[in-house]
Design a protein around this ligand. Structure first.
Ligand SMILES: [Zn+2]
Length: 335
């Protein structure tokens, strides 16, 4: 909100259709950052993170937002039993983390306002007796389902808050959130594939989203886990976020300044058919970061790979990527 005001937008509140009041990825990430999980072995217990990420994984593939209590227990119990810290209880009951998420505004239990807060048997008894249907609030579900950028920001907020040095890859894989398309928006309905759809499908490019994706990439470049503080080399969340940032910056056009043509088509995910390329290969110590990556049309990508002019082109592309990155971060891209 503050950023929009600074950019000169008049900010008014949208109608609140969501009892939690959460509407933007920013607000959701801030709420996640404020969660106060109990600790086990001096680190945050994972239960609330397991519940949230499971629900985000369900939203991503379009499962119903609300689920009955018996089905919720059946789905979450094995996940909670398997993915936990040393010292975190083995029972795998989802009622305690769901009660905590409900009071934080991150879970909806329609028709219920009297959910107990206290730890202990009151929570268990209440859930057993009420067997409430529940799920993510509407705004959280909609963003997790449709917006790749919002989805990875939620995942990053949860893993930063809860997982610390815990290896999150096994759990994220189990709930369908650890692949290189995780930051990609939901595909639009298939049908039209003419050029108008190509440009129309590209969201209003947002410097704000670009900056947030770059922050996420930089944070996850440093992310480590385990006793040996192993760096995560091939983190699909970082890779996906970096690629999404470059596509956002491209506005669906080849970023080679000698070309600038619109993408020739969309791919099956409804994304502009541009190749997001590392200007300097990772094997040659290039960085997996939008500053050193560029979106190219298939022709220019081919020239960069095999053309006789590739060395000159690479010099131009390296300069262009850095300039465009700086322009987007400072909001001075006014094309
Ligand atoms: Zn091109």
């Amino acid at each position: 909100m503050t950023v929009l005001r600074r950019l000169g937008f008049e900010v008014t509140s949208a109608p609140n259709t969501d009892s939690s009041g959460l509407r933007t990825a920013d607000e959701i990430a801030a709420t996640i950052g404020d969660l106060r999980p109990a600790s086990a072995s001096g680190k945050p217990m994972l239960k609330q993170a397991v519940v949230l990420l499971w629900a985000i994984g369900r939203a991503r593939v379009g499962h119903d937002r609300l689920l009955g209590w018996a089905d919720t227990v059946a789905a979450l119990t094995p996940l909670l039993q398997t993915h936990r810290r040393n010292g975190e209880s083995r029972h795998g009951r989802p009622d305690y983390p769901i009660a905590a998420l409900f009071h934080a505004g991150l879970w909806e239990l329609p028709g219920h306002t009297d959910v107990p807060r206290a730890h202990g048997s009151t929570v268990w008894t209440w859930f057993t007796e009420q067997a409430p249907e529940g799920g993510l609030p509407e705004s959280v579900y909609a963003l997790a389902r449709r917006s790749g950028t919002a989805r990875v920001r939620m995942i990053d907020a949860i893993t930063s808050r809860f997982f610390e040095d815990f290896d999150e890859s096994g759990f994220l894989t189990a709930v369908g959130l650890y692949d290189e398309d995780v930051a990609t928006d939901e595909a639009p309905p298939s049908g039209d594939s003419d050029q108008e759809t190509v440009s129309g499908s590209i969201r209003a490019a947002s410097e704000f989203d670009y900056a947030r994706l770059c922050e996420l990439v930089a944070r996850r470049e440093k992310r480590t886990y385990g006793q040996r503080r192993t760096r995560i080399a091939n983190d699909p969340i970082r890779i996906s976020a970096a690629r999404e940032a470059v596509l956002l910056r491209s506005r669906g056009q080849c970023e080679n300044p000698g070309c600038c043509r619109p993408a020739p088509d969309l791919n099956d995910l409804g994304r502009p058919l541009l190749e997001v390329d590392h200007i300097v290969g990772l094997a040659d110590r290039g960085r997996d970061h939008p500053e050193q990556m560029i979106a190219l049309c298939p022709n220019c990508h081919r020239v960069k790979t095999s053309g006789r002019t590739r060395h000159e082109l690479i010099t131009v592309l390296a300069r262009t990527a850095k300039e465009r990155h700086d322009q987007w971060l400072t909001g001075s891209d006014h094309r």
